[in-house]
Design a protein. Structure first.
Length: 251
């Protein structure tokens, strides 16, 4: 599990487990963990069993059928009756105050936002592609945590490896939504627009009161590093997905 732990901001929290998986060509489909992309379900479940084996048996694992929305779900009253619970919800994020719940976000270029308030013992996770970013899923994630009892001054947020501005070219129909975020959008000499969704989400978090010292962006570009991470753009609409995860254990 240690090789997946890449969020320095979270490593200081003794009750928190977090990180992002990477490709592993010794496993089925290079260790993709998505059940909704057309691969053999039995083999994907074998990958998930291997992933789960790295954690305490008390943990219940949760993922969603992500739909590029801005909806966040509170899991506190959900019955999680399986070892791995795939929630068929029109949502792209969740929050919980429960221990021994591992929140999992599946990506292959999009940003995974992982969040924690150590005082309130509340965790959150969200999937932010350009549509979710446009619809302010980062704000909805933080608002959902605060509604559950978190304090915005205490919330720390990490962002997973994702496609960066060097590789993420978009057309004007997409770029027009982000022109106010100067640090997150670039126009090249050839007149092409490039986005950095991590930077844009960081700016959105700063705008609602998250402290800059409490935001950690993994600088790795999934497109530049497609040998290590799945990249939908670089690998011609690949079906593989890696997972960014966060869970709180009882101490």
């Amino acid at each position: 599990m240690k090789k997946w732990s890449i969020f320095n901001l979270f490593n200081k929290q003794k009750d928190l487990i977090s990180g992002s998986t990477t490709k592993d060509n010794r496993k089925n489909y290079a260790f993709s963990l998505a059940t909704h992309t057309g691969e053999n379900i039995i083999q994907i479940k074998q990958n998930r069993e291997f992933f789960m084996s790295h954690f305490d048996n008390k943990f219940k694992f949760v993922s969603q059928y992500q739909v590029h929305s801005n909806k966040i779900v509170n899991l506190d009253n959900f019955l999680l009756d399986k070892k791995w619970n795939d929630l068929k919800l029109n949502a792209d994020g969740f929050v919980t105050s429960r221990a021994n719940i591992m929140l999992n976000i599946l990506t292959a270029d999009c940003v995974a936002l992982l969040s924690y308030d150590a005082n309130a013992k509340i965790i959150g996770a969200a999937h932010a592609g350009w549509k979710g970013t446009k619809e302010n899923i980062a704000k909805n994630l933080i608002d959902s945590m605060v509604k559950l009892g978190a304090n915005i001054d205490n919330i720390i947020v990490a962002m997973s490896p994702s496609i960066r501005a060097c590789c993420y070219e978009v057309d004007e129909n997409v770029s027009k939504y982000f022109l106010d975020f100067e640090d997150g959008i670039v126009k090249t000499a050839k007149g092409k627009w490039h986005l950095d969704l991590s930077i844009i989400n960081k700016e959105k978090l700063l705008n609602i009161g998250i402290k800059e010292k409490n935001i950690d962006i993994v600088p790795t570009c999934t497109s530049c590093n497609s040998d290590k991470y799945f990249s939908y753009r670089k690998q011609n609409n690949c079906s593989g997905r890696f997972i960014s995860f966060i869970g709180r254990r009882e101490i």
